[in-house]
Design a protein around this ligand. Structure first.
Ligand code: URA
Length: 231
């Protein structure tokens, strides 16, 4: 059982004080009955809560997919370019953070969650979660493609075998199972090319929702959450 104002706060809909105001003004119903007492205790697992008639669901963890724009940093640090500035302030209060990092100029799929244990698993090198990136690069020959696919020796590690699909000499997709710092850019540099544009298209079984414009986000569906947490 939790307090109604806490329930709404943890659903990410309102800050606690906004929740109190909404409850007092009669906008919140529990199991069909308007409740005006912010301290009312409800069963968070079974209660049907609505705000202005819209269902609000409480979940222990929250997961969102962002189409990351360029010029945004994958950090929770309170800096003007932090990715967290793209979300309502509640996200920081709920302990949301980007699951992994994309470079400042890399765009595309970034998972933002407050589920620490799952994020840890997804990022663990042990689990080999696949990530696919669309790229533009300086011309890549078949020999360079083969080298990328076989694994490239970098200063601190050798990249694992991966797949590269070329549309033409300067565009394609690469799927890797690792996520080392600047990995894709360093791999291309090592074989004599350079990445000029990088977009993450998939991450650990999730696919970037093409309906999201850069900078837009949405909550994951139940099915997507299952893929992440059970996959
Ligand atoms: N590899 C890179 O080089 N940069 C990214 O942002 C992600 C993967």
């Amino acid at each position: 059982m939790i307090r109604l104002d806490k329930y709404l706060g943890e659903s990410g809909v309102f800050s606690r004080s906004e929740a109190t105001r909404a409850i007092r003004s009669g906008r919140v119903a529990v199991n069909g009955e308007v409740v005006r007492d912010a301290s009312a205790k409800i069963d968070e697992t079974t209660a049907a809560v609505t705000v202005d008639g819209q269902t609000v669901r409480w979940t222990k963890y929250k997961y969102v997919m962002l189409n990351k724009p360029a010029d945004v940093v994958s950090t929770t640090d309170d800096t003007p370019k932090s990715v967290m500035k793209l979300f309502p302030p509640e996200f920081t209060r709920l302990g949301m953070f980007p699951c992994g990092r994309l470079d400042i100029d890399t765009v595309g799929l970034l998972l933002v969650t407050n589920d620490g244990p799952t994020a840890h698993e997804l990022l663990s090198p042990k689990h080999h979660r696949e990530k696919t990136y669309g790229f533009e690069c300086l011309p890549l020959t078949m020999d360079m493609k083969k080298k990328l696919e076989e694994g490239v020796e970098l200063s601190d590690f050798t990249s694992k075998p991966c797949t590269v699909q070329l549309d033409d000499a300067t565009h394609g997709k690469i799927t890797v199972t690792e996520g080392k710092y600047h990995q894709i850019k360093r791999m291309f540099h090592a074989v004599g090319s350079e990445i000029t544009f990088l977009e993450r298209l998939t991450f650990a079984g999730l696919t970037l929702d093409k309906k999201l414009a850069r900078g837009e986000w949405r909550e994951l569906t139940e099915d997507e959450i299952k893929i992440l947490t059970k996959g």
